[in-house]
Design a protein around this ligand. Structure first.
Ligand SMILES: Nc1ncnc2c1ncn2[C@@H]1O[C@H](COP(=O)(O)OP(=O)(O)O)[C@@H](O)[C@H]1O
Ligand SMILES: [Mg+2]
Length: 272
């Protein structure tokens, strides 16, 4: 049972909406996909808002959300379910995908490219017009309940050389690009999520813009909105701005001393 999952039963218009600021037409597109039962692939770098977007849309559409973080020993049975041996015999236990199919939930497979190909294949029959899930071990074939939707996230840059999704899998999804937002919008997000004033938020976003230009010059991963929010949170708890940037932005991005030096110089130049 090596699976962590998080299940939240979200009912429409009760409780607070997970705050999400749209960056384009992704909300309308997602709603249409949901209405038509189309599976969605969210593409974009780490920390650009994919998870928050799904949480927000699940709330808005009034569907439960079942999130499955993918990893390379995730087996099909981790998704579908298994027989458990108990003192009086064996009982079948649904996996998270099966539960989502029965309940009409939104099932979010985070970082789907991490999962093995033979695991991903179990999704195929759910992504076409049949919307079925065959459960070999019980002989059952489930028809997805209304409201069921498959959503996967995928970071195109990350480990591209090592892993990629098969074209036959990719073509089963409507893809949405969720890249980093414009500087104005990103500053608003950092301000909202990090609690800092607009001058600090703008400064952090300007710093990110400078660092992101180093993408092709030896920096494997560029700072995400998430890192900027972490720096902002440290500032709000009293850490001086530059120290917050070194700790929350520079160190997570690189261990290489010349790169770290260059990044720290950018911090110092941004916040003189
Ligand atoms: N468009 C957005 N609206 C609201 N918050 C955002 C947005 N983009 C990023 N964030 C913030 O950035 C954090 C990281 O985003 P997350 O959804 O976890 O990224 P991903 O799943 O793409 O790695 C979120 O917790 C949220 O605070
Ligand atoms: Mg995520």
């Amino acid at each position: 049972m090596g699976i962590q999952e998080s299940v939240s039963d979200l009912t429409p218009n009760t409780g607070e909406a997970p705050w999400y600021h749209p960056t384009g037409n992704e909300m309308a597109l997602f709603e249409q996909c949901h209405a038509r039962g189309l599976a969605v692939m969210l593409k974009g770098p780490t920390g650009c808002g994919k998870t928050r977007f799904v949480e927000h849309m699940a709330w808005k559409l009034g569907r439960p959300l079942i999130t499955i973080p993918c990893h390379d020993d995730l087996a099909a049975s981790d998704l579908i379910g298994r027989f458990l041996i108990q003192h009086n015999g064996t009982v079948w236990q649904d996996g998270p995908l099966t539960r989502a199919v029965r309940e009409g939930a939104i099932c979010y497979l985070d970082e789907v490219v991490e999962a093995r190909q033979d695991t991903v294949v179990v999704l195929h029959a759910l992504t076409d017009h049949r919307r079925i899930l065959p459960i070999d071990k019980t002989g059952e074939t489930l028809q997805a309940a209304p409201g069921f939707q498959l959503v996967v996230s995928y970071n195109p840059g990350y480990q591209r050389m090592l892993k990629d999704l098969k074209p036959s899998t990719r073509q089963r999804f409507v893809a949405m690009d969720l890249d980093f937002p414009t500087p104005e919008l990103e500053a608003r997000i950092v301000q909202h999520e990090g609690g800092v004033d607009s001058a600090t938020a703008n400064g952090l976003v300007a710093l990110a813009g400078r660092i992101r230009q180093l993408r092709d010059r030896g920096l494997a991963e560029v700072p995400s909105t998430r890192l900027l929010i972490a720096a902002a949170a440290l500032v709000m708890s009293g850490i001086p701005l530059r120290d917050a940037c070194y700790a929350a932005i520079v160190s997570p991005l690189s261990d290489e001393s010349s790169m770290v030096g260059a990044l720290r110089d950018l911090v110092d130049a941004t916040f003189v």
